[in-house]
Design a protein around this ligand. Structure first.
Ligand SMILES: [Zn+2]
Length: 272
């Protein structure tokens, strides 16, 4: 591993707008009293939010595809429990944007390898681990974005309930299932922090914005192919805080302020 000396941090703030209903489900299947059977994640005050892990995981996956990293060689996680195997890209390349931005896991992992009679070979990633550059904060609901008018058509204070049908192909019987979702028009306050080491320039911030752009043309949460989860990043601001900022010697450098779209923000960074 080469020496890593901090250059500074990019602070990327924006508003995430739900352009269609958004369903980010809870892992538990517990039924709340008066709740629905397929509820969305909420904070301690009962307000829906977008977990940073959902944003980060989706952006990582999209960037893995975009960088052509979903190949026959990938890493298998949770190998102790075969049924919950998750295949993700992870490599030891020093300049891999995906691994450097989103992180590598410590320890030994099974790397799928068709040339190995076992179908995989164990690889120890310990010596390749560098600090994960990206932190994605949970995005909190901007309460005012859910207007009184919207609330008139909603089932709960912050969410609506939609029925999805699965049609039995023989009997035509509908098998309705409730899905709770945040209504279209809801806005969330988002913040991401990207650490940059000396000599890295703008390549990782450009890749991060590319991943965010890919997400705009994909979806967040569940039922995406049924139209849910289309989002946009608006009012994008990007500031750079150098080491001098943290030492109290320098101000943060505003690179982009309140940019209406990501594409425009990316253009500004590329032009320098
Ligand atoms: Zn990699």
């Amino acid at each position: 591993m080469k020496d890593l000396k901090l250059a500074g941090k990019y602070i990327i703030t924006s508003e995430i707008v739900a352009l269609t209903g958004l369903h980010i489900g809870t892992s538990s299947n517990t039924l709340e009293i008066g709740g629905v059977d397929n509820s969305v994640v909420k904070d301690a005050l009962g307000r829906p939010y977008i977990p940073g892990s959902s944003l980060k995981g989706k952006m990582r996956a999209l960037l893995e595809y975009a960088e052509g990293l979903i190949t026959m060689v990938y890493v298998v996680h949770n190998e102790r429990n075969e049924s919950s195997n998750t295949r993700i890209h992870m490599c030891k390349k020093e300049d891999c944007a995906v691994c450097n931005i989103f992180g590598r896991n410590h320890g030994k992992h099974k790397v799928v390898d068709g040339n190995d009679p076992r179908g995989y070979r164990p690889v120890d990633f310990t010596d390749a681990v560098t600090p994960t550059r990206l932190i994605v904060r949970d995005a909190t609901l901007i309460k005012e974005s859910i207007t009184e008018q919207m609330k008139e058509n909603m089932d709960f204070e912050w969410t609506e309930v939609k029925f999805e049908n699965n049609l039995d192909r023989v009997t035509s019987a509908a098998n309705p299932r409730q899905t709770e979702r945040v209504p279209a028009g809801a806005r969330f306050k988002s913040e991401m922090v990207l650490t940059v080491f000396q000599g890295e320039g703008t390549k990782y911030i450009e890749k991060l914005l590319e991943a965010m752009l890919l997400l705009e043309d994909d979806y967040l949460g569940g039922q995406g192919t049924r139209g849910y989860g289309r989002i946009a990043f608006e009012k994008v601001s990007i500031a750079f805080r150098s080491v001098g900022y943290y030492e109290g010697r320098e101000e943060e450098q505003v690179i982009v302020e309140n940019c209406p779209s990501l594409r425009e923000a990316l253009g500004k960074i590329k032009r320098g």
